[in-house]
Design a protein around this ligand. Structure first.
Ligand SMILES: [Zn+2]
Ligand SMILES: [Zn+2]
Length: 138
């Protein structure tokens, strides 16, 4: 697992750096993630907010309500539209990075599948990966 890594958007205006090991890696199949990503799921890497540093650029933010009724703010590049990271009130203190924005995502290994209730039938859960019908409840 990487403990220092960087990423950014497709046009290069926005760059970030993380110093610290990811707290979680997973695939989210919720309908919000489908719409926001325009795809089947979000592949996400959760990191502690204090390990996340913006190197350059500014995101455009879009806030909606998650399942919990609390705010979920999605950050994307205003120039090229690349999805970058999400902040959620229910996961305060954590930055949820879109794995595809990492410069090198070869080490990413999603350890859980979230919101399998809205997962597409054709998607096959990798062996040994935990599944949750919605958000995992702690
Ligand atoms: Zn961009
Ligand atoms: Zn989701």
């Amino acid at each position: 697992m990487a403990d220092s890594f960087e990423g950014g958007c497709a046009c290069g205006d926005f760059r970030y750096q993380v110093n610290g090991e990811p707290a979680l890696m997973g695939n989210c199949h919720c309908t919000d993630c489908k719409q926001a990503s325009g795809s089947e799921m979000s592949v996400v890497v959760g990191v502690a907010a204090d390990s996340f540093k913006i190197l350059q650029g500014e995101t455009k933010k879009w806030t909606c309500k998650g399942d919990s009724g609390e705010d979920v703010t999605r950050n994307f590049c205003p120039n090229c539209g690349s999805r970058l990271y999400t902040e959620a009130t229910v996961m305060a203190g954590m930055i949820i990075i879109q794995a595809g924005s990492l410069d090198d995502s070869s080490w990413v290994k999603p350890g859980m599948e979230l919101y399998t209730d809205s997962m597409s039938d054709w998607y096959q859960v990798p062996e040994g990966v935990a599944t949750f019908p919605g958000m995992p409840t702690e």
